[in-house]
Write a protein that binds this ligand. Structure first.
Ligand code: SAM
Length: 213
């Protein structure tokens, strides 16, 4: 059976075709009682991908961005597919620098690091070219060690949600004098975020999981 499948796969690949099927992890993310073909199913998954800001969180983040000093940069750690980056961009001054940092180590669609990076870079292309957005394709740690700009007007933290990582993110933001320190996922399912924020004086405000120290 395996040999037959391998032979069919090889013949199909000669003509540019691939044998595809949804994985058991992908099926529960699709609507029930409707059968979608493979292409439609994957596009449905991409358009409804999880792991991004809620609308309430996005509104709060926009308010914070609008209130920050436009002369100084904004730093975002964890952009995923660029949704929060776009939210920040819509609220910031067009010339205000925005550093968006991601090492592309995780995504909610289960795509490769390369596909994730290329798709996010493409999605943010216009922002990078016209809105003073700088996409840093590396880890938060690497970014912190190279940072040599002004004290951030706003630091938005939404990358590794472990207690240690969030503690380190907040410590760096404080050490460089960030005026507004905020992030996503202050929620019971992210105990690392909650503990790190609480240890740093607690959330002054939380809207739709977005916290601000
Ligand atoms: C929850 S998602 C960010 C969601 C995004 N802020 C939004 O609302 O649209 C977390 C992102 O952080 C990235 N990430 C995780 N650990 C990281 C690290 N140490 N340095 C940089 N990025 C990291 C992952 O690759 C992922 O894209």
């Amino acid at each position: 059976m395996i040999l037959i499948r391998q032979a069919i796969t090889r013949v199909l690949s000669v003509f540019g075709y691939e044998l595809c099927r949804l994985s058991p992890l992908e099926r529960p993310t699709l609507p029930e009682n409707v059968r979608l073909n493979y292409k439609d199913a994957q596009i449905y998954r991409a358009l409804t991908a999880q792991g991004q800001l809620s609308i309430e969180g996005a509104r709060f983040l926009s308010d914070l961005v609008r209130s920050c000093d436009p002369q100084r940069p904004i730093v975002e750690i964890g952009c995923l597919y660029g949704y929060s980056t776009q939210v920040v961009c819509l609220a910031k001054h067009p010339r205000q620098r925005l550093y968006s940092v991601d090492n592309f180590s995780w995504n909610s669609l289960g795509i490769s690091r390369t596909a994730h990076l290329l798709a996010t870079r493409k999605r943010l292309q216009e922002y990078i070219e016209t809105q003073n957005v700088h996409l840093f394709e590396g880890s938060a740690e690497m970014f912190y060690s190279q940072y040599c700009d002004l004290a951030p007007a706003l630091f938005f933290c939404d990358a590794d949600h472990s207690y240690k990582a969030v503690t380190d993110d907040i410590a760096w933001a404080k050490s460089v004098g960030a005026s507004i320190i905020c992030g996503d996922d202050y929620a019971p399912q992210h105990q690392g975020v909650v503990a790190a924020v609480d240890e740093n004086g607690g959330a002054h405000e939380v809207h739709g999981r977005v916290w601000r120290l």
